[in-house]
Design a protein around this ligand. Structure first.
Ligand SMILES: [Zn+2]
Ligand SMILES: [Zn+2]
Ligand SMILES: [Zn+2]
Length: 115
């Protein structure tokens, strides 16, 4: 499986091949960018906010907010749920995620939502 993201509307889909181009809400057609293989590491772009579960650092092309995605490694996925109090991002982690790369503040401020 690979991560595909439309660079027009930002939709992210896990698929083994490029998804259909119809149904884009920002353009006539989706323009899919192959971000690389799906994995269990959380990466967030600090420009557009996209969160991707990827095997390694995803491709930098196709950012909606900037010329390139700027990926921040937020750590391994896991069974705990964390939400940033500043930007609202929710991610699954095996420990408290990295604080860098928040879009709304200097640092993510993580709260653990499960007990
Ligand atoms: Zn689209
Ligand atoms: Zn981006
Ligand atoms: Zn944040």
């Amino acid at each position: 499986m690979k991560n595909f993201q439309c660079k027009k509307c930002g939709t992210l889909i896990q698929s083994d091949r490029a998804p259909s181009v119809s149904g884009c809400r920002a353009s006539s057609f989706h323009q899919w960018v192959d971000l690389g293989d799906v994995g269990d590491e959380n990466f967030q772009c600090k420009k557009c906010g996209t969160l991707v579960l990827s095997q390694k650092r995803p491709s930098v092309s196709g950012c909606m907010a900037s010329s390139f995605h700027q990926w921040q490694d937020l750590g391994h996925t896991g069974s705990d749920v964390y939400q940033c109090q500043k930007c609202g991002l929710t991610i699954h982690g095996d420990k408290r995620p990295s604080v860098s790369g928040c879009m709304r503040a200097s640092f993510h401020q993580w709260n653990k939502l499960n007990r």
